[in-house]
Design a protein around this ligand. Sequence first.
Ligand code: ADP
Length: 493
Amino acid sequence: MKLAKTLQSLFVTSEAHPLIKTGGLADVAGSLPQALATLKAVRQQAAVNQHILLPGYRSVLAQFDDLKHIADIEHTGHHGVVRLLETKFPDSDITLWLVDAPNCFDRDGGPYADATGQDWPDNAARFAVFSRAAVAIALNQLDLDWQPDIVHCHDWQTGLIPALLSLHEQRPATLFTIHNLAYQGVYSAETFFNLGLPQELWHMHGLEYHGNMAFIKGGLAYADWLTTVSPTYAHEIQGSEFGFGLDGLLRHRTEQLNGIINGVDYDDWDPATDPALVENYDVEHFEKKLSNKTALQKQAGLPVDEDIPVLAFIGRLVWQKGIDVLLESLPQLLRLNIQCIILGSGEHSHEQTLRKLQKRFPDKLAVTIGYNEEYAHQLEAGADMFCMLSRYEPCGLNQLYSLRYGTVPIVRRTGGLADTVIDASQGARSTGFCFNQTTQADFIDAMQRALARYNKPKQWQALAERGMRRDFGWQQSARHYLELYIKVCQQRP
Ligand code: ADP
């Protein structure tokens, strides 16, 4: 195709910060389109005009009072009314479109699950409606007088889009980004037929997956290009350990699979300006981090003592994050001179164990079960070190926040963690501590190395400051995406 000066892109996502968030995808969706919009054209070749498409969840619609009904969408395989609403994405000039399908999205609870954490039983139908709405827009069927050059889809909820678009000659290019391969949107064959999906998509190289259907295969098999959120994860998912049954397909697509590391939105995550902190600081004023530590110890109900290192963990309390190994390790770890603060929610049994451990070690362990954005910022600022024991980690954001906050990351060497944290053994380049396996032995060993370094304050500060100086802002990643958008559009026959 001949490339227009301004590339039109439809960015389709099931969550976007600050409107709705369950994990890292929301952070990416809330930042990348804006970073792309502000990016100066790559070698004068093109700029991007993004439109974001998001489901019209009840809680999202409630955040706007200027929604404009711009189209009705038919043929979504859904009996209720489906309307397309338009507004601007918060604090930006980017067009936000919301798929208002009340039967699917007008309910209390999260985007994928009810308030008890139970997946919505009609998730397949909900995201099929959403995907069909995206396809109608992408094919310019809604009289919007707009057609994207490229549709950028994310995770299984949007997997049907590249598959359905592949059946049309006059379609835009498609890019599918994998944020977490473990979530695949697998449903029965019966669901495939109940959704009225085209028969030609039902085969082992299509949506079929061992007799079931997998939404994510729509993206992996049919998108023109694939990305995931770090180079190491892009490599790992082509092997059986991290491929979750899809490694064969990914190896087949290796020529069209890139890893682009996520950026950090430093407007939200910068200790120099963060409004959640008791005192702002930056790399030139590392000593001001201390008042945040003191405030944190007080808030967490732990003894206030600047000499005791504080270790933090924030995240979902699930197997992926190695939370079971962290829990197992705590009794041994807490015998050392250390305080540990944990913020998270997830599996009930882990939450229970944490509560019990807190009772057993009231002076050493503070636990907050729940989701608390402000406290997450205070923890990043107040802690000395931050641990991530992930069994796999496509990119990971908390280690990037930790680096910027001078909170030394201690991470398992996997996925984006391996790409962004440099082990202390690497001398003048180092920014943290890495360990090989999610096991108690490897984790405790890394912790002991970290504690030994902590006892040499000058060296510790130098390590933390090196991390603070690293730049993981969106500019560079957005540039990679733009180059890829251009390439994918140019390659489309
Ligand atoms: P994932 O997407 O696998 O959950 P990421 O590290 O990519 O992991 O992103 C998680 C995001 O969610 C981070 O911004 C993290 O700070 C935030 N987060 C996770 N759990 C909590 C919590 N309990 N309270 C506040 N923020 C949380």
